[in-house]
Write a protein that binds this ligand. Structure first.
Ligand code: ADP
Ligand code: MG
Length: 348
């Protein structure tokens, strides 16, 4: 290399560009499951099956009965910055779907062997697509399948050894997958979900036809002990509707493994919101112990920005402080009503 060679610029080939993008969203097998579940939910599926082998490192397969992908769009589905979910700048201001970046399938496909099989309701045939070579040219073949979409991701990170090195044990990776699965199961009661690991059913929840069945699903996902201790709460403010289940302070955990927050149906890990709940439980739990809760916030889509981070785990509210304070107060009120209730039964 002489100096002039080193300073010339060339465009990255498609696969490499997609692999770089994958670095942001595809950290481990659970990230793949998260993206694919989001796609199935956005496609209006009422049944979703997740099959993984070897903690997802060997295989992740997601099958849904959603609206499917048109044959002529299969190539675009695997192309970066191609999406059916937004089309103009204004759409970014009120996102109604879980996805919108148009990056997941292209990214995952660049770091694995991905096969997409899909059939729309009005098509007699299914079509199967995969991206080949450095330019990721998409090859499409006819296939047999029921309406819906199936995505198979085999040998994740086989061509990105730097990432592969960070894979943990099969058990650890599967635990992360199960966590992602649980979050979506708690966010979508009307969808039937199944999770299999190495051909064995790990979790299965039927669709809930009515709210009376929610607690059964919550027991499957969070355990009967949580359900037995759960206080249901609901409140409505001008900017935000809040509801969910709070574990009584007498039920506490060493880990934060039963702490779920959803905004407009989207599972989030938001520091501000977690802080609000922690504040409400303050002084009610033994030192070092963790509260348990499942909380749903609903705000106008224009009041929340989900385009903050590629993984979409974080959000920003236009009225961050207000939402924080309303959440803290709602939880605190629900918990203290509970305490008064107990005192009323057992007067001193
Ligand atoms: P995004 O979800 O941000 O649009 P993706 O790369 O995840 O980007 O998916 C690209 C497109 O492929 C989606 O916009 C959608 O039209 C289509 N698609 C992906 N998965 C499914 C699915 N399971 N069912 C129907 N369409 C899908
Ligand atoms: Mg997506």
């Amino acid at each position: 290399h002489n100096l002039s060679d080193q300073t010339r610029i060339s465009l990255l080939d498609n696969r490499l560009a997609n692999q770089i993008a994958a670095g942001e969203v595809v950290e481990r097998p659970a990230s793949v499951v998260k993206e694919l579940l989001e796609n199935s939910i956005d496609a209006g599926a009422s049944r979703i099956e997740v099959d993984v082998e070897r903690g997802g490192a060997r295989l992740i397969r997601i099958t849904d009965n959603g609206r499917g992908i048109h044959k002529d769009d299969m190539g675009l589905a695997l192309t970066r910055h191609a999406t059916s979910k937004i089309s103009k700048t204004e759409d970014l201001g009120c996102i109604q779907t879980l996805g919108f970046r148009g990056e997941a399938l292209a990214s995952i496909s660049a770091v694995s062997r991905l096969t997409l099989t899909s059939r729309t309701r009005d098509s007699e045939l299914a079509w199967q697509a995969s991206a080949q070579g450095r330019d990721m040219a998409v090859d499409i073949q006819p296939a047999a399948a029921s309406p819906g979409t199936r995505i198979e991701v085999a040998d994740l990170f086989f061509n990105t050894p730097a990432r592969q090195k960070f894979l943990r044990t099969e058990k650890t990776e599967f635990n992360h997958i199960e966590e992602v699965f649980k979050r979506q199961a708690l966010a979508n009661f009307s969808i039937a979900f199944m999770l299999k690991h190495n051909h064995k059913i790990a979790k299965r929840v039927p669709a809930c036809a009515e709210p009376a069945q929610y607690l059964k699903r919550i027991a499957t996902i969070c355990g009967q002990q949580f359900v037995d201790s759960a206080i249901e709460f609901k409140c409505q403010h001008e900017v935000v509707k809040i509801s969910g289940w709070l574990g009584k302070p007498s039920f506490h955990r060493s880990e934060s493994d039963i702490q779920y927050v959803f905004i407009n149906g989207r599972p989030v890990k938001d520091k501000t919101l977690n802080h609000a709940v922690r504040q409400a439980y303050e002084g009610l739990l033994p030192p070092g112990r963790m509260a348990t809760y499942i909380i749903y916030l609903n705000v106008d889509a224009s009041q929340v920005d989900v385009n903050v981070h590629p993984t979409k785990h974080e959000v920003r509210f236009s009225e961050q402080r207000l939402v924080h304070d309303l959440l803290a107060k709602s939880v605190s009120d629900a918990l203290s009503e509970q305490v008064e209730f107990v005192e009323a039964i057992y007067p001193e």
